[in-house]
Design a protein around this ligand. Structure first.
Ligand code: 5GP
Ligand code: ZN
Length: 113
């Protein structure tokens, strides 16, 4: 999609360090980490909301979720990790391309606000 930051990372038009890549998605480091380790898992296909997913897209997201724990060493998942998907303005979604935050490396509080 035009003018989408994450599509440009996927296509290589914008350079960024790719920590992991397969046919489904890329993983990059978040530019403004909210935990000691903060990665973003970004599907190569552009869509904004889980609500837009086709059956094929939901299989894609399932494969991404299954792959993340296989990357425990690379992502330094350590003693536990948190996955976050912000959806919409109230949740604080700022990039309109679905992505999964992967947070780890520290004890985390549970405070959605
Ligand atoms: P959201 O707020 O949409 O759930 O998450 C978007 C994330 O993308 C934020 O955590 C933000 O720090 C990150 N981000 C925004 N711009 C860039 C960028 O240019 N490079 C990287 N690596 N991360 C970015
Ligand atoms: Zn996009």
């Amino acid at each position: 999609m035009e003018n989408c930051l994450f599509c440009k990372f996927v296509s290589g038009e914008f350079k960024t360090e790719i920590v992991f890549e397969n046919d489904d998605f890329i993983i990059i480091k978040d530019i403004a980490p909210k935990a000691k380790n903060h990665f973003l898992a970004i599907p190569k296909k552009h869509f904004k909301y889980l609500a837009e997913m086709t059956q094929e897209d939901s299989a894609l997201v399932g494969r991404i979720l299954k792959t993340i724990p296989t990357l425990a060493d690379k992502l330094e998942l350590g003693e536990g990790y948190r996955l976050v998907i912000n959806q919409g303005d109230d949740a604080g979604q700022t990039v309109p391309h679905l992505h999964i935050h992967v947070l780890s490396g520290q004890k985390m509080e549970w405070n959605p606000a």
